[in-house]
Design a protein. Structure first.
Ligand SMILES: [Zn+2]
Ligand SMILES: [Zn+2]
Length: 249
């Protein structure tokens, strides 16, 4: 079911900017989507695959059947983003949506470089931000919403950030940029769309470790300050991040 309703924003119509309206149906008993998913970390503070570049930033390619290929965040530096993409055999032209978690430099730094190669994309933003390069369509995710079938945004949460939620055959996978709204908060909002099974991305200063006890997978990377502690407490479910890491779910 496609729930997203797009509303032209007054004065912003010229730029083809829309806002999401709250997705009406919260379905915590949602069935897993029955789809497999692949997340490739393109840019990260550490390197997982030799030959790639690291930087303080985060970007990942999110792929699932029956979903447009999404670039989640763009790292800090376009040259690192495009270099790692090339090494990973990711073609910018195959990407049809860019989802920006928040407008900090280490997440939008590579955006212009990417758009210079491919601006035929829908850009999902937590709040208004206008790239210099023109773009097909911009959606401001003001509220929790289904942006594609079985793909959601938490909507704008505290500190200007949204997270991406993808339903798979294992349940919901949450991808977070820096988790500035707090992991507890992000997971609570995500749980309104179903059972959360995985959390991937930057967790910042997250230390309420019991909050993730029911997950099947956690990949604490980028700005996560307590990576070691999380691995110690949850060795069976924790996996390492880093540029080049591929997570198949
Ligand atoms: Zn960050
Ligand atoms: Zn940040």
């Amino acid at each position: 079911m496609f729930l997203l309703k797009l509303f032209p924003v007054r004065g912003e119509k010229y730029y083809n900017i829309h806002r999401t309206q709250r997705a009406i149906l919260y379905t915590p008993d949602r069935e897993p989507a029955g789809e497999r998913m692949k997340i490739t970390i393109i840019s990260d503070n550490t390197v997982y695959t030799k030959g790639l570049k690291s930087e303080w930033g985060f970007s990942a390619l999110v792929e699932r059947e029956n979903m447009p290929t999404i670039l989640f965040d763009t790292g800090a530096d376009g040259s690192v983003l495009l270099y790692n993409m090339k090494k990973l055999h990711i073609r910018p032209g195959n990407i049809s949506a860019v989802f920006i978690s928040h407008t900090h430099w280490d997440h939008i730094g590579g955006l212009e470089s990417f758009l210079n190669i491919n601006n035929d994309v829908t850009l999902y933003l937590p709040e208004v931000y206008a790239p210099k390069t023109g773009i097909k369509e911009t959606v401001i995710c003001a509220e929790p919403a289904e942006i594609y079938t079985d793909v959601f945004s938490t909507g704008l949460l505290e500190n200007g950030e949204q997270s991406l939620i993808v339903n798979t055959d294992k349940g919901l996978v949450v991808i977070a940029g820096c988790s500035h709204p707090g992991v507890r908060n992000i997971l609570n909002v995500s749980a309104k769309f179903g059972k959360v099974s995985a959390l991937i991305g930057g967790l910042h200063g997250f230390d309420e470790f019991e909050v993730i006890k029911d997950l099947d997978l956690v990949c604490p990377t980028h700005c996560t300050q307590h990576k070691q502690r999380i691995r110690q407490i949850y060795p069976e479910i924790s996996i390492e991040g880093g540029a080049g890491k591929v997570i198949e779910i």
